[in-house]
Design a protein around this ligand. Structure first.
Ligand SMILES: Nc1ncnc2c1ncn2[C@@H]1O[C@H](COP(=O)(O)OP(=O)(O)O)[C@@H](O)[C@H]1O
Ligand SMILES: N[C@@H](CCOP(=O)(O)O)C(=O)O
Length: 319
């Protein structure tokens, strides 16, 4: 998509002076992405990305932007927000919240092999460990509370089979979340949307990850499940590819060993990760946001994944 909000170099001539970046030399809209207006920005000091937030309000941004800064300062390859001379990370441009962040190198790897999955697993474990001393708290806004509030809204639009699955899985997840194993799971800041299109590689080296705008505090295992459900599957069927699952989980485990409680929670958590995105895609399809001008992602993709996780156990977490 897109650029919802047009910006020109002239618009930036005075505006950019609040940043220690020198003059703006070039500005190019980025066509991919569906939530915000993003631009590659070249200044006298280097290469950056300018993001104008189309749906998030100012007060919703500190957690995401401060988390990116926290992780970047600890060597995790995420965009580093650029503060203004007065220390502000979020400013206003054309009446909307905007940030400037460092530009990451590389490109998405949409057909990942085990070597790429291992890199993602290693980086994800390091991200979780680096987030332990992050002092802001915001729940995962697409967690169980959101699921229980959203499911009834989409029910009227569903087939009998879809409606039955949604009812049974929300009941299953409510019972799972009320259990002692779930309560014992390690948790902290999670990305919660680490899909292939939000990570970049240079060859086999992971060079960055971005799009922290679904991040929140949740179980680390939820983040692993979301990631495995996108990086380690046959796209046509949702069936897990054992070599890629093993590569991702073994690399994660080597950096941050999984606990016994996580072993017990692994299968239900893969279902939770599938339910979360099946439901958000159903919502976007049947109840699109006013600003939603694009073809939403296909919900059936995650219905298939959920049914597959229910019917067939995934490879276990490494001990
Ligand atoms: N810091 C960055 N460095 C390099 N490319 C980026 C960066 N942030 C975003 N991009 C590019 O912009 C595209 C859209 O970004 P994304 O965050 O997915 O959009 P949206 O904000 O709509 O979710 C990405 O697919 C990527 O190609
Ligand atoms: N990645 C998720 C969430 C929405 O997608 P995005 O392109 O806005 O990151 C999905 O595919 O449903």
């Amino acid at each position: 998509m897109a650029v919802f909000t047009a910006v020109t170099l002239d618009d930036l001539h005075q505006w950019i002076k609040q940043f220690p970046l020198g003059r703006a030399l070039a500005l190019d809209g980025i066509s991919s992405g569906i939530d915000n207006s993003n631009f590659f920005l070249t200044t006298e000091r280097g290469e950056y990305v300018l993001t104008i937030f189309e749906n998030l309000r100012f007060e919703q941004l500190p957690f995401y932007v401060q988390l990116m800064r926290h992780l970047a300062e600890r060597g995790i390859p995420v965009p580093a927000p650029v503060p203004t001379a007065s220390g502000e990370l979020v400013v206003t441009l054309h009446g909307k919240p905007a940030i400037i962040v460092s530009r990451l190198s590389g490109a998405s790897q949409l057909d990942p092999q085990p070597v790429h999955c291992a890199e993602v697993g290693r980086m994800l474990a390091r991200m979780h460990l680096a987030g332990r001393d992050f002092d802001l708290h915001q729940p995962n806004l697409r967690g169980l509370d959101w699921i229980l509030a959203t499911a009834p809204q989409v029910q009227p639009y569903l087939s009998d089979g879809e409606a039955a699955l949604l009812r049974s899985e929300t009941a299953f997840q409510s019972a799972f979340a009320a259990g002692s194993a779930y309560a014992a799971l390690p948790r902290g800041p999670v990305h919660a949307d680490l899909f292939r299109n939000n990570v970049m590689f240079e060859g086999e080296r992971l060079s960055g990850c971005f799009d922290f705008y679904f991040a929140g505090v949740d179980t680390w295992l939820f983040d692993v499940a979301v990631t495995v459900n996108d990086w380690c599957i046959d796209l046509a069927t949702g069936v897990l590819d054992e070599a890629r699952v093993r590569a991702l989980l073994d690399a994660y485990h080597a950096a941050r060993p999984f606990t016994q409680d996580e072993q017990a929670a692994w299968q239900p958590m893969l279902r939770a990760g599938a339910l979360r995105f099946w439901l958000s895609r159903l919502y976007d399809l049947h109840l699109p946001r006013a600003a939603e001008l694009l073809t939403p992602h296909d919900p059936t993709h995650f219905e298939r994944i959920l049914r597959e996780r229910i019917e067939r156990a995934a490879p276990a977490l490494p001990l």
